[in-house]
Design a protein around this ligand. Structure first.
Ligand SMILES: [Zn+2]
Length: 139
């Protein structure tokens, strides 16, 4: 059976939640604060949870490296909103504020923003309990 799962941080309380993407119509809620977790828009990711979010997600992941002062990033934002909206449940769109999260920026050697990196979906096999970090591509 196909499993599509994502681990995302609640936008309100930052608690990491495991979400079943095949059941988005049931309106997943944060296990901690009970607020809805909306996956039809880009979700913030940070140095602290980047590894866990991207490793525990079984659909393709797009990460937008941006900063608040970056004009081209603002121009690209509606495009990412649109992708997240149209592909909700099929891919995960994340945004990372490079001012707040220098470690991830350095790890991917991001020198200019906006930069998008994409990780292809991993084969999720129930038998192999170990999750592997995704392989990243840069655009
Ligand atoms: Zn919450």
């Amino acid at each position: 059976m196909e499993t599509r799962k994502a681990t995302v941080a609640c936008p309100f309380c930052q608690t990491l939640n495991r979400v079943d993407l095949t059941r988005l119509e049931q309106h997943p809620k944060c296990g901690n604060c009970g607020k809805p977790i909306l996956l039809d828009r880009p979700l913030a990711v940070a140095d602290a949870n980047f590894e866990q979010v991207t490793t525990d997600t079984t659909v393709p992941v797009v990460v937008d490296f941006y900063a608040d002062w970056c004009g081209p990033c603002k121009m690209m934002a509606p495009l990412l909103d649109d992708v997240a909206h149209r592909r909700a449940g099929q891919m995960l769109v994340l945004k990372l504020d490079t001012d707040q999260n220098p470690a991830t920026q350095q790890r991917f050697d991001v020198r200019g923003i906006p930069t998008l990196i994409v990780a292809a979906a991993k084969k999720s096999r129930v038998a192999s309990a170990r999750s592997r970090p995704p392989s990243w591509k840069r655009f």
